[in-house]
Design a binder for this molecule. Sequence first.
Ligand SMILES: NC(=O)c1ccc[n+]([C@@H]2O[C@H](COP(=O)([O-])OP(=O)(O)OC[C@H]3O[C@@H](n4cnc5c(N)ncnc54)[C@H](OP(=O)(O)O)[C@@H]3O)[C@@H](O)[C@H]2O)c1
Length: 333
Amino acid sequence: MKAIQITKYGDIKDSLKIAEIDKPEISDSEILIAVKAAAANPIDYKIVQGHLKDMLKLDLPSGIGYDVSGVVVEIGNEVKDFKVGDEIFSRVPQEYMGTVAEFVAVDSKVVAHKPENVTFEKSASLPLTGLTAIQALEKVNLKKDDRILIHAGSGGVGSFAIQYAKSKGAIVYTTTSTTNLDWVKALGADRVIDYKNEDYKEVANNLDIVFDTLGDDYTFEAFDIIKEGGRVTSIIGPPDAESAKEMGMENYQLPEKLAKLIEEKSAEYKHTWMQPNADQLKEIKAMIEDRTIRPTIDLVYSFEDAVKAYEYLATGRAQGKIIISLAETFENQ
Ligand SMILES: NC(=O)c1ccc[n+]([C@@H]2O[C@H](COP(=O)([O-])OP(=O)(O)OC[C@H]3O[C@@H](n4cnc5c(N)ncnc54)[C@H](OP(=O)(O)O)[C@@H]3O)[C@@H](O)[C@H]2O)c1
């Protein structure tokens, strides 16, 4: 079968190649999926560029991609919840990474039926970003009337998180650049801050929660704009003790500057390293089907143009999700 492979660490264009590899064989608990669409996520190009090589030990060449939507073509002997022909979506665990391929095998425990009212492309846009937003916001117990700032409302995670937070009754502030103001407002945010022309800290402060999707100084500045006892939930800042443990980091110490800020504000700081979760995928399916949340897709690339998809995503300017469609290339699969 054909697959996109990471052949070495470095420049996206030089490192990613279309390769002919063996079709996966499934074990009793696994299913084989004919991939119709995969999503590109920032973690993919960070892996290619070598930024995560100490944390994720890969044997190269390796597949790329975690998000998938497609059709079940084989099931293992113990699989009860799926049958051949089912249309599914998943964020596959690390050991199955490689969804930008004709077929991918995955443990059935991390798979759910895809939302019935949207395409494979839209379904593939949801798992990684949707699970991340849900897990990061559940960690800080987001609830009705919480005032929350969600950074990068036009990003894959931010655009899902705005809609999810509104569905929980929160009052949502978000940041984006001038180009994206209108469509981000249409996602339901109460106040969209144009970071090119406004100081977000003046507009959004005394908040219950900051959702940090940007990192660096944004993580630290979150403590300037939460109220005393407020919560900061980050997917890009330093791990907290619990997430460091999950990520296998031994003897981890919170950076001193962050520890001081947490103490000064009597704040809660949580870091999320998202985990595959079929129950939460079912929750996402329901929210798509009742139109609580709508997928936000910027561009769809063909399998042959997958490298261009990653190059575009790596500019950091994507407006929602970047999708790689395999349905046309492999229509007879
Ligand atoms: N820990 C985890 O488990 C986890 C899971 C998912 C993602 N992540 C990480 O979280 C980050 C966000 O992911 P994503 O998928 O949402 O990324 P993304 O879709 O690539 O984000 C792109 C968006 O970021 C916006 N942006 C860039 N700089 C900004 C700024 N200074 N202020 C406001 N918006 C800004 C851009 O809007 P403009 O063009 O308008 O600036 C663009 O629309 C990535 O670093 C990713 O690796 C971590």
